[in-house]
Design a protein. Sequence first.
Length: 169
Amino acid sequence: MNPIDWLCKNSKEFQSLSEDERNAITDFTLLWSFFEANEFDSHASSRHIYAHVHEWQSKGMLNVASFAKSFGYFQNRYFNNSIASEYYMGLYLRENDKPELVEAVLKGENTNPADCIAALLIVIYRLRNNLFHGIKWNNAIHDQLDNFSHANTVLMVAMESLAKFRVSQ
């Protein structure tokens, strides 16, 4: 049986998703897996994301402007006039996820380019964890199209930027 058909049959939440939502989630699963394998030797964590992004930024491998649209989306989703939205708590940031950094960046208090990209990738890492560990299934997998579409864009932009830099070296 086709897994998508099976999920539709067995999950009202999945059945209610649009095709675009299903595709964005499927694409995210593949892109994250590829990103983690290639950039983190299959061992991503918030600590590794922070360290790698700062290293990449110091070598000129990433340009914060490339992430501006998606960064703006996540800033607006999680904070409004420096006040956390109901969605922010749904990230379930843990102490090892550098919550102070993520909050300061999303509020616009920290504009260091490496910190901004690191915070953006940590938010995406939390989306990954919440999806892969079932939290998204428990707390509304619907209405996630923009989250996963922007996450997919960030992952592709990051991987393209890193690949271009490595080819030029």
